[in-house]
Write a protein that binds this ligand. Structure first.
Ligand code: VGL
Length: 216
């Protein structure tokens, strides 16, 4: 983080229905869970806010195929499919962001979502002074893509955690195209254990090297 750049981790929709055995299982989704746990641990160690979003649909919504939508019913409010993956280790202080709650909201973007006290996600970021989001979860070509593009439009800096996302790829190449689009719109992409440490840029490495060289 650079000075004045308060960062948070956003874990998008790691819910049973998007994971193996779920109603809308995203290929490779289980692979992201342990990686996200590492990022969560790192974020907590750094004192960062952790947000966890969830799709939270009514049983009847025009988002679902039986009612004219694109998707099989998934993440229906109060069901097992809507619960977070049991292997995801969210801290108790994680802030829940709920989206897609009404019959005509697809809820792709976390920016449509609200915290448990009804605050819009963007307002919550503003209140906490958060200007940079590290984003992982599901799915690259839908909720990640839409949330990242909305964040960038709102002037929030974004780092996509490439090792902690997976895509639906309804049409082959959708996830790759989403990555290109997010990059073109200004998102940074990072992978690996140093992902939450933008100090690894040349300028900051030089700064920390000079700090190390200073006689103690
Ligand atoms: C999602 C497809 C349908 C997602 C949600 O979380 O990316 N994808 N609904």
């Amino acid at each position: 983080m650079t000075d004045g750049d308060r960062a948070a981790l956003l874990v998008v929709d790691v819910q049973n229905d998007f994971c193996a055995g779920g109603a809308l299982a995203v290929p490779q989704s289980d692979r992201v869970v342990p990686v996200l746990n590492e990022h969560i641990e790192e974020a907590v160690a750094r004192g960062m806010t952790v947000y966890a979003s969830r799709d939270w649909h009514p049983a009847v919504t025009d988002h679902f195929t039986p009612y004219g939508g694109t998707w099989p019913p998934h993440c229906v409010q109060g069901t097992h499919g809507a619960c977070f993956h049991p292997g995801l280790h969210l801290p108790s202080a994680a802030i829940l962001v709920t989206k897609g709650e009404t019959p005509n909201s697809p809820g792709y973007s976390v920016f449509e979502g609200r915290t448990s006290d009804g605050t819009l996600f963007l307002m919550d970021l503003r209140t906490r002074g958060i200007t940079h989001l590290y984003v992982g979860g599901l799915a690259t070509d839908y909720c990640i893509r839409q949330s990242v593009l909305d964040a960038l439009r709102a002037g929030v800096k974004v780092t996509v955690l490439e090792d902690a996302i997976a895509g639906v790829d309804l049409r082959p190449g959708d996830s790759a195209r989403a990555m290109t689009e997010m990059r073109e719109q200004g998102a940074h992409v990072a992978a690996g254990s140093d992902s939450l440490v933008p100090e690894a840029t040349a300028e900051n490495s030089a700064r920390s090297a000079s700090t190390r060289e200073r006689p103690g």
